[in-house]
Design a protein around this ligand. Sequence first.
Ligand code: TXA
Ligand code: MG
Length: 322
Amino acid sequence: MTSAPKTRRLDADAAGIAEAAAILGKGGLVAFPTETVYGLGALATDADAIARVFRAKGRPAHNPLILHVATTALAHRFAVFDDRADRLAAAFWPGPLTLVLPLNPEAGIARAAIAGLDTVAVRVPRHPTALRLLETIGGPVAAPSANRSGQVSPTTADHVLADLDGRIDVVLDGGPVEVGIESTVLDLSGAEARILRPGSTTRAAIERIIGRLHAGETTADGPLRSPGLLARHYAPKTPLRLDATSVDRDEALLAFGPDPLEGAGCTLNLSATGNLDEAAHNLYAMLRSLDAAGARRIAVMTLPEAGLGEALADRLKRAAST
Ligand code: TXA
Ligand code: MG
C-alpha cells in the first residue's frame, strides 16, 4: 500500500499564490485563508474538483457550497441580484456576508457545488490572500470551511492540516485569520430576508441597510433551508456544558471576561476584557486546544448575546448539542 500523498504548505506570498492558482485552475484542491476561517477551494465550474471537495471533507452531498469571487461584477454572472442584494454588496463586500440568491442557470456552475438547488450562496471575502487568489482565477471558487464535515472550522493552516493532510493538494499559509467565525448567511431568494446562519456580520448591521429581517429562529426542521443549520455542527469530541456557573476539577473551562470561574483542571479565556471580537477570534482555536486536554467535559461560561454574541451563541449551542 502506498502512503497518501502529502498536502503541500505554501507561503501566502506572490509566488505561493501564483502556484496555488495554477493548481486550482487545473482542478486541484487548495485551502486558503479568508478573513473568517480557512476555506477549501475548488473551481465551481469543475464537477470533478467539486466531487473531490465533498470527498475530502466527508460532506453530505445535499449541503451546498459558498461561491467566492473577487468582485461583485463577477458574482452578477451567476447570481440574480435584486435591489436589496445590490445595497448589501455595496455595504459589506469585500467582507463576511454571504448572500443566497436565485441562480443564473446559464452560468455553468457545477450542479454538485450547489447541491442541485436553484439558489446560490456567494460572497467576496476581504482577506488579501483570498482576493489575490480569486483575482488570478477570475471566476467563482467554491469553498466550504477547510475542516472535516461536522468538525470545528480552521483558523490556522495547522488546523487545516490536522483535518485534511493528504486529502487536499495545497494549503496556502497566511497565518491565523482575523475574524475567527464564519460569514453570516442571509437568504434573499424570497420576499422576506432571513438569516440562515448568524455570523460575523451582525443582524443590526444588515438591518441598517435593508430594514427589519425575519425575526424567527433559524431551524433545521422541515425542508433543509440551509443544511449548515443541522443541529450538531462545529463540534469538538469532548462534551460541552453551556452557561456554567461553577466548574469541576475534571472539566476544562472556556471562560469569558475578567472573573473566570475557579477550580477547573485547565482554563482558557476567550477574552479577559469581555470583548466579543476577541472571543470570536479565539473560539475555534480554544475549542480545539481544550478538546485535546483530555478533560471529561468542557464547561463554557455565559457570553452576552448582543451583536457578534448571536453568532457565538449559535456555534456554542451547536457544539454542545448531542
Ligand atoms: O465564512 C465562511 O462562510 C466560510 C469561508 C471559507 O468563506 N465558509 C463556510 O462554508 O463557512 P461552509 O460550507 O462551511 O458553510 C456554508 C453554509 C452552509 O451552512 C450551507 O448549508 C449554506 O452556507 N449554504 C450554501 N449554499 C446555500 C443555499 N443555496 N441555500 C441555503 N444555504 C446555503
Ligand atoms: Mg463549515
